[in-house]
Design a binder for this molecule. Sequence first.
Ligand code: SF4
Ligand code: SF4
Ligand code: SF4
Length: 546
Amino acid sequence: MDQRSKNKLKRKMRKIKKINFIRRIVQLVCFFLLPGLFIQIYTSTKALVMALVNSSFSLQANLLDLAVVLSVYPLTLLLGRFFCGWVCAMGSIGDLLTAIRNGLKIKELKMEGSAGQKLKAVKYILLLFAIIFIWVLQIIAIPQGINPLDAFGVLVSLNNWDLLLSTFLVATILLAAILVLSFFVPRFFCRYLCPTGAILSLLSLPRMLTIKKPRENCRNCTLCTQNCPMAIPLYKTDKSRSGECIECGQCVIGCPMDNCHMQLAGKDLNTKTIGTIAATTIVGLNYIGTISANAVAFESTQTLTMDASQSATASSTKYQDGSYPGTAPGFQGQITVDVTVANGLITAIDEVSNEDTPEFFNRCWNTVTGEIIQSQTTDVDAVSGATYSSQGIMDAVAAALYGQTGTTAAIGESADSILAESKTIDSSSTASSQKSSMSSDAAALFTDGTYEGSGSGLRGETLVEVTVQAGKITAISEISKQDDDQFFYRAWDTVTEEIIAAQSIEVDAVSGATYSSNSIMEAVAAALDLTFENPNSSLQGGHGRP
Ligand code: SF4
Ligand code: SF4
Ligand code: SF4
């Protein structure tokens, strides 16, 4: 190599280092600002689709989900996956592992050829599976503790890592396997598994930005292909707009002929400038969106509080007036709240302390507390993407109201009569079981006897026998069913116990076993001659009652 070529190569290496340095800094900042955003994009998309499918979409309830997806999707649609190349924490960890492997001079595990390209389809298949069976049909739910992304959430929170070896042990093992593979294969998770990446890949297809490498000046050295962390076969083409491209710019800065360019409307773009602007836009939009959504939710909480106070005189007393602390575990640690009861109603819930990841806790605080105040019950929906924190808040409020901590007893009229009998609060009883006790003290509702009824499940008829004694439902037994065991028995105990506890068929379906849940409720309703509109009936054209 002559001196001129050596100097050119040195200049090139300096340029590569400078651009890579800037991208690494942007990735590092984004890692600390929004470590869980790639999970939120998935959960928010899922929440929005499910809300539309279930006809439960509301601007107020889904505002945070909209804020999350709007911070990333429009930019991806216009310019491509800058989120993946510059912002995503999981992608950054993949890049870090590749850098460590390169530093150790360990060879990359090449996934070349058509087999490697075909493997990329796995993430689209996973996404399709999730859309059909989890989002739309809602007949499968991922069991808690096995999702590697939950383990990732604990890992990047830099807190309570002991959970990784207990609650999330299986998830941790899966995450470890992904990280080991990511060490040997650049961006392994992004290339082959990430459902968020699959969504962004499809969204980025119509973008205006392209990678160009005209043949005239190309030496066919294939360095651009070798440098591509997503293994896009750039050598085959002189222009690429692949959905797999994460706009990292490695092909551009690695070309020895300066022949590879990122272009928008025929104009060359400076990779580090466009990348930094795109990342800043995503982070900015996300912060503005989530802060605004939380502010709107807070406003509505205030309105609900006022409504609750104003309607107090018209409602029967449910709780004793006072201010009560309650504590319960969230995702990362304890959540402590202070619940104010005025005129027999919950009028305010204040946060005393919480050890949860702020990103997840803040995501659900206003919504969950607002719904508790509105419905005057702790049995409200968890916020998608912040399930553990949501449940922690509900449990903490329940602990305050029902005295699970043993420090309070904010229970009103009907519960007081139960307390008078037992003289004590059973510290192991849950809020829901106390509600059940209250319901079962109701006057006789049904005529004594044994009745049969049928309902429509996913695969056919569910037949049950309902026993009524002293005017109350005392037993529900299965006569026959055609739904799969896996789903039917997932729903059976919960649904029948809740029906008996509430003395009502208006109970919640079990997530992941909705059709079987509905069939059980309909069968009990049919046995008791009650009206129940089963959404499953449309599946099979309904059925006649006995
Ligand atoms: S593909 Fe998934 S994990 Fe990879 S960078 Fe994109 S969102 Fe993040
Ligand atoms: S084509 Fe270029 S910009 Fe796109 S992922 Fe590959 S190296 Fe990065
Ligand atoms: S790195 Fe540059 S010269 Fe080499 S194949 Fe790619 S575009 Fe051509």
